[in-house]
Design a protein around this ligand. Sequence first.
Ligand code: FAD
Length: 113
Amino acid sequence: MLLGGAPSEYIDHATDSDVWHLIYDSLNANFTDILTQPKHILVTRWGADPFSRGSFSFPQPHHQVKWVQALQQLIDHRLGFAGEHCNAQYAGTVHGAYLSGIEAAQNILASLD
Ligand SMILES: Cc1cc2nc3c(=O)[nH]c(=O)nc-3n(C[C@H](O)[C@H](O)[C@H](O)COP(=O)(O)OP(=O)(O)OC[C@H]3O[C@@H](n4cnc5c(N)ncnc54)[C@H](O)[C@@H]3O)c2cc1C
């Protein structure tokens, strides 16, 4: 599961067992025949990691796609930006950054024609 906001902050300081119960409640609300507690679960607690603090870019409430589109524009036909913050559909993800990189490269190549 991928969680953000308050649930993410909760997980950062909860035990694995508490996290499992959170997952179980969510699964149980949507599916039947949920498995019993697994022998082991792996919980990443990025928010509690002193080297990352869980930070990444994300669209805030009232975010406008045109702001992302502005970042996708080449400057002087030769300077382009790429990264998680430059992809409107998959913001804040590796695949968003990857797709943004491809798009920026294509924009630069097209500008050379
Ligand atoms: C804790 C955490 C967990 C995550 N988990 C997931 C996940 O499970 N799945 C997922 O899809 N995404 C996840 N993400 C998001 C994903 O890691 C990012 O979206 C992705 O790495 C962004 O790629 P990027 O190229 O835009 O930026 P980055 O990967 O941050 O690359 C930016 C690079 O620029 C370099 N840099 C910065 N300033 C300068 C400078 N002045 N000069 C030269 N270099 C500089 C940095 O050192 C860095 O190497 C997670 C992010 C975090 C923080």
